[in-house]
Design a protein around this ligand. Sequence first.
Ligand SMILES: [Zn+2]
Length: 277
Amino acid sequence: MPKLEIDLSHSLIDALQAERRLTGETVEHIVSRALADSLQVEHATLFQVSTAGALVEGVSGEIISIKSLKEHGDFGLGTFAGFDGEMAVLDGHFYQIRGDGTIGEAADDIKVPFAVVTHFVPQAPFDLEPFSSLSDLEDQLDRHRSSDNRFYAVRIDGTFQSIKTRAVCKQPVGESLSDAADAQAMFDFTDVTGTMMGFWTPPYAKTMNVAGWHIHFLSDDRTKGGHLLDCAARGGAAGIETLSDFRVAIPETAAFLKADLGGDPTAALDKAERDPG
Ligand SMILES: [Zn+2]
């Protein structure tokens, strides 16, 4: 990330430190927020394309280009047309993790059916205690959320003793997420250094994204990754950002316009997105 070094008056520094003590936010976050407000740039905004409920109904065709997504975020997750793998977005790079285990950077003109991105600036970084499972990790992350009813982004960097991921495999467009999950590939990695990128979606938004934590993983050497099913580590460096705006790009494709999105996708998402054991 680019760095900014400037001279500030004592009164501004004092006010900045007072705000930092009051909110617990980092100076970077406070300054980024103020600059974004003043320059009318998106900040703490979650930008999402389509909905998880639409994926469940098989709306998995081409909707938005990677180039367009890059305007709205440098961090996030998603999937590719026809469920051709998992998307991991890190430091402005959009990676495609395919069911055959290969990982590559997606070209700008590739169009995808579902993605969730943000310009990530952690508010108050913290160190994780050791954790032995994904639910263990989620319990720790939960302690850094002040509400069930807001959206949050989380980034975790570290060396993980074990990581279990999956990557969906390419399906004919129109097949549902459940069909894709039935054909998913699962991967077990040990002692791998990398980054987790994820989001907390409030229960009331359960048709938008997987309710609760939804996390993807990518190794530092960009050879291992996927949708996170389980993990263990002796610690890690975490950062959470509270997202105060939620923008949804509603697809205009015939498949989306005609899909029946009135149902509750929770059961199908649970089956597709949690560890089958
Ligand atoms: Zn996922």
